[in-house]
Design a protein around this ligand. Structure first.
Ligand code: ATP
Ligand code: MG
Length: 157
């Protein structure tokens, strides 16, 4: 850990307050340091809470280089660069209300024992996703004001 005054306390259910985007990014890096292949990280929070901000920082920490565009207009993106500690995917299921009638193979390439996945707006798909994962972690981000967010992190276990 970096020794910041207000760093995430993973053991605390109350979470911590990230003041400014940089502190949310630092939390994403701290979480990524705990991530192993097979992990699924479910990320909840309203529009603009900072989910993508945290995920991008986590992906960078895992070794993803170059642009990390929002997956909003695709279901997800899989990053497999030689610089990475493991393959890692970033999904945004905002438009998917549970897998319901969708092709069950839709998510197959994004999760697996050799890769990690970060999922924004998991919604009704959280159960199905969890069955495809080795361990599941959770992040909840709540808006406090324009610059502050309350972040609760349950690391993968
Ligand atoms: N403490 C903070 N943590 C994260 N983002 C912050 C913070 N303070 C301000 N912001 C701003 O809030 C916005 C968060 O956007 P981001 O795309 O990460 O949200 P999101 O939760 O992924 O939204 P969506 O549901 O649309 O995917 C950014 O513009 C960022 O600069
Ligand atoms: Mg987002």
């Amino acid at each position: 850990m970096s020794g910041r005054a207000n760093e995430p306390n993973f053991a605390s259910g109350a979470g911590f307050v990230a003041r400014g985007q940089e502190e949310t990014e630092a939390a994403g890096r701290d979480l990524a340091a705990l991530v192993q292949p097979g992990d699924l990280i479910l990320i909840s929070g309203e529009v603009g809470a900072g989910k993508s901000t945290l995920v991008r920082a986590a992906l960078r920490q895992l070794g993803v280089a170059g642009a990390i565009p929002s997956p909003t207009f695709t279901i997800g993106r899989l990053y497999e660069q030689p610089s990475q500690r493991m393959p890692v995917s970033h999904l945004d299921l905002y438009r998917l209300d549970g897998l319901g009638d969708e092709d069950p193979g839709l998510l197959a390439g994004y999760l697996g024992p050799d890769r990690a996945a970060f999922v924004e707006w998991p919604g009704g798909s959280a159960g199905e996703l969890s069955e495809m994962a080795t361990r599941v972690g959770r992040v909840a981000i709540d808006h406090i004001d324009s610059e502050s967010r309350r972040i609760r992190i349950d690391p993968p276990a």
